[in-house]
Write a protein that binds this ligand. Structure first.
Ligand code: UDX
Length: 480
């Protein structure tokens, strides 16, 4: 049965809001993204993406041209919306818990706009929110609108599982759609909303017309529409993210021990991943996990568990192991260079992973601060992340700290460097001129170095070791 078009509103045009809003527009829903930031509203209406996310800008441009997507600062479109997503930020507070001020402000504004609503609007918590927030949002909306929850409107939990850098793939081809509700009427509306995503109706004429390279994903199994109550849905999001963080910390600890014992943790991870109970994803060794989600979500889950005197010790251990992994990278450089004070380290990669401009709370920030504190001069490069890295690390902007130099060209990080450190595995780092870099570094760099050749530490085991060794580098990966 062809379902009639719905009016979809999305509050927030960040990583969650702009991706969610655009996705439903591409499914033919009449979609409005609301943001208080007029520059973001103007970007979207001119077919531009407010965030760097592969494929997203092309989709926004198409949706705006097809007149199924627009952006506004006013909440007017809420008055006749069928569903309203809350996709605003939920940053960490000092105590680790999620700051819900923006969610609560959006709820108040939605409530005010719902006073004249004629239907049964469903408000959808898409942002990652503390367990119990659906009820908090419902109360705020009741107070602001004079309406009654369950009778006049419903609030549901519908957590996103998008990975930055892969958000377009993840939003259109998710493994599962999780919906937490306490009202069956709300679920009927959610099933209608997601029907086209579950059936992949309109993918040909929409998504695949704009991004034909995503066609292979059509082979992927269709998502499961998983329903539960609101609190379980909210918990499911934190439990999933924290588990992924635990899994990564686990393989990183195996990597540190393997180096000590002469085992190869890359082989261990590969062999582990062949067990379907373990799976091969999120077992990639790294300098540790970071970004705008894992640190926030693990901190919130841990703080909540401690608040209710049921501490989730595994999450605490994973966070500690993660900090240790960041430090382990510095230990390795110190071991090879013998001393760090006055040395120069060239760093490739500031973002928390490739294919994103997100350089908030990254492992690079922790490692660079520690290196500078140890007297190291750093020369850094990132294809996309420098503006955001500088915005969130004002003290690490050139001039305010003469210990850091931002390089336009990746190769320039090697200028008189005693060591090169790869933190983010951007594809383009495979193509940079390593020959040229091998002439720029200080070969046999530190006088008391334990090895000949300039040292390169590849924390993602990503570069062509053979080629670098032939160029005279002393190459080390992680975990073997
Ligand atoms: C994560 C979850 O994957 C996603 O489902 C949720 O919606 C938001 O949080 P994201 O933070 O965008 O997504 O990135 P992700 O790809 O999960 O990586 C998180 C961190 O773990 C990055 O620093 C990444 O480099 C690191 N990582 C990831 C590893 O170190 N090893 C791995 O095997 C995978």
């Amino acid at each position: 049965m062809a379902l009639e078009t719905m009016n979809v509103v999305c509050i927030g045009s960040g990583y969650v809001g702009s991706v969610t809003g655009t996705a439903f527009a591409l499914l033919g829903q009449n979609t409005t993204i609301i943001d208080i930031d007029t520059s973001k509203v103007e970007m979207i209406n001119s077919g531009k993406s407010p965030i760097y996310e592969p494929g997203l800008e092309a989709l926004i441009q198409y949706a705006v041209e097809q007149k199924v997507l627009k952006a506004e600062t006013s909440y007017k479109s809420v008055e006749d919306a069928d569903v309203i997503f809350i996709g605003v930020g939920t940053p960490s507070k000092e105590d680790g818990t999620a700051d819900l001020q923006y969610v609560k402000a959006a709820a108040r504004d939605i409530g005010t706009a719902l006073r004249n609503h004629k239907g049964f609007p469903v408000i959808i918590n898409k942002s990652t929110v503390s367990i119990g927030t659906a009820e908090v949002v419902a109360t705020i909306i009741e107070e602001a609108s004079g309406l009654q929850a369950a009778k006049d409107f419903a609030v549901v939990s519908n957590p996103e599982f998008l990975r930055e850098g892969y958000a377009v793939e993840d939003v259109f081809f998710p493994d599962r759609i999780v919906v937490g509700f306490n009202s069956d009427k709300a679920n009927e509306i959610m099933q209608q909303l997601y029907a086209r995503m579950l059936s992949r109706e309109r993918y040909e004429e929409g998504l695949l017309r704009v991004l034909p390279e995503l066609r292979p994903y059509m082979e992927k199994e269709k998502p499961v529409y998983f329903t539960t109550d609101t609190k379980s849905s909210e918990m499911l999001k934190y439990a999933s993210n924290a588990f992924l963080a635990v899994k990564i910390s686990y393989i990183n600890e195996i990597a540190m021990l393997s180096e000590r014992l002469g085992a190869n943790a890359l082989e261990v991870a590969k062999g582990m991943g062949l067990d379907s109970r373990i799976g091969n994803k999120f077992l990639e060794i790294s300098s540790g996990w970071s970004g705008s989600c894992f640190p926030k979500d693990t901190a919130e889950l841990l703080a909540t568990s401690q608040k209710y005197n049921r501490e989730i010790k595994l999450v605490n251990a994973a966070m500690e192991a993660n900090d240790a992994m960041h430090n382990y990278v510095i230990e390795k450089i110190k071991t090879v260079l013998k001393s760090l004070n006055g040395k120069t380290v060239g760093i490739l990669g500031l973002t928390f992973k490739p294919n994103t401009d997100d350089a908030r709370k990254t492992q690079a920030e922790v490692i660079i601060r520690n290196l500078i504190d140890l007297g190291v001069n750093v020369r850094v490069h990132d294809p996309q992340g420098v503006p955001m890295f500088q915005k969130y690390n004002p003290k690490l902007v050139e001039g305010s700290s003469n210990a850091i130099v931002y390089c336009e060209q990746a190769e320039d990080v090697a200028e008189r460097a005693d060591a090169i450190l790869l933190l983010t595995h951007w594809q383009e780092y495979l193509q940079i001129d390593w020959q040229k870099m091998s002439q720029m570094v200080r070969m046999g760099s530190a006088s008391n170095a334990v090895h000949d050749g300039a040292y390169i530490l590849d924390t993602r085991n990503f570069l062509d070791k053979q080629k670098l060794v032939e160029l005279g580098f002393f190459y080390q990966g992680l975990g073997y």
